[in-house]
Structures are given as structure tokens and as C-alpha cells.
Write a protein that binds this ligand. Sequence first.
Ligand SMILES: [Zn+2]
Length: 577
Amino acid sequence: GYEPRAFDPRSGFFGIDFYDFSQPIDQPLTRRFIVRHRLEKKHPRRKRSEPVEPIVYYVDAGAPEPIKSALMEGARWWNQAFEAAGYKDAFIVRELPPDADPMDVRYNVVQWVPRSTRGWSYGRTIVDPRTGEIIKGHVTLGALRVRQDYLIAQGLLPAYEHGATPDPRLEQMALARLRQLAAHEVGHTLGLAHNFAASVNDRASVMDYPHPYITLDGDQLDFSQAYDMGIGEWDKRAILYGYQDFPPKTDEAAALNDIIRETLAMGLHYISDRDARPQGGAHPYGHLWDNGTDAVAELERLMQVRAHALARFGEANIPPGTPLFELERVLAPLYYGCRYQIEAVSKLIGGVRYSYALRGDGQVVAEPLPAEWQEAAVAALRQTLLPEFLMLPEALLRQLPPPPPGYGRDREAIPTQSGLLFDPVTAAEASLRHTLSLALHPQRLERVIVQDQRGYYGMRMGPQALLQALHVNPENYPDKGMEGALARAAERVYVIELMHAAADADAAHEVRALVLDRLHELEALFAERLEHEQTGPYLRAHTRYLASLIEAFMDEPEDFKLPPVPDMPPGAPIGCE
Ligand SMILES: [Zn+2]
């Protein structure tokens, strides 16, 4: 029969748990097993063995080509992990036979589901609650989001410069993403959780959320490494833990612990959803949609790729005969193209290196990041607040018309406050809000304050210096011109996000005090600025506006209605998940 396998928080598996009152009083009441399919070797003593019964997955025959082939190929990558665990032909992918019902519990399926709204893909399982045995794996792939991936590539390349046939790299990248996606969701149905730290280990897992890795090679963008191919090192280690069929008389607990010890010795990191997903997250490696080992260096690199593509962006990015309004839709993922890496960098501020450590396993437990890393993160984020980063070329603005009849802006659109027309200042405000709401997240500020108290910053960046570094002062820009307008937007969003933190009832008192103190400092700065004779009319109006907001806020912080700042379009998931 099926043998449950012990859960280990370092294994990368989902688990089930239940109270077992038959346990001795000195043993934990909660029993924990991983979820996994039943898989046994015919010859567990041999180096390589066929399974008693293979795990078979069936792919939706209704998925159109070339998508279906990409899905089958990606799902089959898992066989590499089972081979690494000494299995032969243990993981098989077939097309779903015409007479089979995808809801039939006897079939593990990968379904391709058309849906009209944005949404995620899912890898769900039906599990025996007593043992953790997976009875059925059911992957649901949303047919819509691969187009987000295509859109990202379309923003980067003048793909239609030679006419209606696009640069083949658009489709190649989208299909590469679909292989990844099929492997990812099937991975969930094999029992595996996300590993958002895999990008730090050279894309060690299909269970991460990948961001296309596009490089700048001289004057050309190189798409050849956009998405990784094949199963990752981490995935092989996880399958080994969950699916190894040990020879009889093996001490399984010791053997499982050896597997984990080896995985740790390989330097593979594992960080999952609860750590990586929240905006206030603290882990320097656990990020969604990021690349590389050094989040700051990757942001700087990505900023160069974005600047390269923005400088070349124009009508060759859409097919001939398409309404020019479509350009705005293609611009959205490019203009906000650094958003996930910005999020990754923000987590270094007040960041803490930690792991799912067990007593005696030698893993890092809870080490604040070196102050110089944190400083570098703040400096990198500041770059994304400057007019140089937010500015769009005037020639491009003249190519962005309002939507024609039959077309319109949907929730994926760049926000505008100028009616039907594209609005470069509002577009920038959404980007500013993204960076500043992350950098000024109350949980992050609380960690910075505490790390400062614990003496981790020494003479380097403390909380006050952090708040100052995020302030772009429009006095340093001309009153008239887009640079000045964008610098004022940066200060405006900064003040509003400070008020958000100060009014946040869930924020620590020290955070609210620190931020309130900064707002008082700004009041004084604004009063001084208004006395300067050379303050131009735009800056004067802007400064009076912010001063009056702060005054009203200070009067009644509880009842004050914070002025809204537009959000950027949702963005994720890129090509499902
Ligand atoms: Zn997932």
C-alpha cells in the first residue's frame, strides 16, 4: 500500500497535517506528511529501475498548436528529475484520449482553458487527507495570459519593422514561457510549492516565477536566454526527497535528512510564498518575477534594457494597419518593465537573510543584511524616482492618440487623468507610487528602525537618511518643462505616501512618529521655498498645494482623506502561473 512520507519544511513540498492523539506525550501532537503521488520502484536496490506503475499526465487535446506541443514538452521535463532519482520511464505525458473526461479522477490532466479575463493558472490536487497521497493532479492553464508575455516582447522589439510578419522572437519567447508554465503547474500537482529564491541559484527551479531575461548585446537585444529550458537542480533535489523509493531496511528518516543536508551543501535556497509575496517582505532572495543573484545590479541592467527599448519604441512595434492607439497598450509593460525588480530591490532595505532552519542544520537563521547592501538598494531605487527614468520622448508622445471607435482602455491600460488622451505625468505617478509605497512600507520602516537600534547601520544609512534619500527635490529642476513636472510628481507622491504610512493604523508607533516628523521637516522646507523669490509659478503652486495637504492632515489625521494616486495596471501574472 501507500506509505506516507514525513513533511520537512525545507523539502519544498506541500504538506497535510492532523492531530494524532495516539502519539506519546513527549512527541508532537501534529503529524505532518508531504503530498505526493504513489510511486514505487520495481527494483529499489538497483541504480536504475522502472516503476511499478508510472505517473501519467494527459494534456488537453483541444489546446491549439504550437501551444499543445510546447505544453507537452514542458510537462515532460519532470522525467529528468525522476531519472535523477534513479527511475526509468516513471513520468509519462500523453495527449488526453478523445473518450476520456478531464474531470475523471483516474486521469492527471493539463487543461487549456479559454477565459476572457486576466487570471492565474492553477495546479491543484485531490489528496487523501489521511496519508497525503495525490489521487489526481489537475492543471488548469489560462489561455489568455501568454499574450502578456507576447506583449512584453512586442514592447521591446520593433518587431514589425519589415511588415505584417512579426520578428519570430515574439512567438519563440511566448512558447518558451509556456513550456516553463506547463512544468511549473505540473510541479504543483507533484506536490511542490513555489521556490521564489531559485533565480538566485541560476534559475534552479521551474517552481519560481520567471521574468524574461533579455540582454543587451551591443546595439541588439538578445532573447536567446529569455526563459530557461529543462528541469532545475532544485527540482531534482525536491523530487529525490519526495519520490525516492529506498531499498528495504533503510532508515528513512536518516536517508531523508541526508538528502536535505546534501541539498543545503549545494547552496540551493528555498523561499516560498509567505515570505516572498507580501509587499512588506524582508527576504533578500525571495522575489517574484526577478532574475540574478544581485537584485540591485539586475535593476540597473534592466533599466538599461528599458532605456534602449524606449528610445526605439514607435509604430514599428505594432503591425501595419493596426490602430495607432494599440501602441499605448504595448507601451504599458515596457514603461513599467522594471516594476518587479524594483520590488525585489525594496526588500533589501531592512532586509534579513533567513532560512527555514532546523536546529543543528547549520543554515543561516536571521542575519540583517549588511548596511552597504541596504544603502545600494536605496540609491538604486532613487534612480527610478528621477525624471530621467520617468520621461518619455516627445516624439513618442505625439504618436499616442486617444482610442478610436470600437477600442478603449481596459484594466491593463496605463492610467490617465487627461480624458481620452495619454497623460505622461499620471503614467509617471503610478510608477512613483509603486516604488515609494514599497520603499516606505511600514513593516520595512519598522525593520530599519529596529536594525538601527540594534547597531547594524553604524554610521551608515539610518531611517532618517532613508527618508531623505527617497525625496526628489524639484528645486533642482527648471520650473517649466517635463523634467520639472516629473520632479514635482515625485515630491507629490512622496508626501502622499508618507501620509499613508503616518495614517496606517497597523503601522508601528515608531514608524508613524518617524514619518510624521519627516512631514514636519517638509512643512518647514516648503515654507522656506515659498519665501524664495526665484521659486517659479509651477513650483510655488505645487508647494502651496502640498503644504495645505500636510496642514489639513496634521489637523485631523484620522478623518483626512488622502488624495488618490493612480495605480499601474496589474501586470502579473506574466504568462499565467
Ligand atoms: Zn505556481
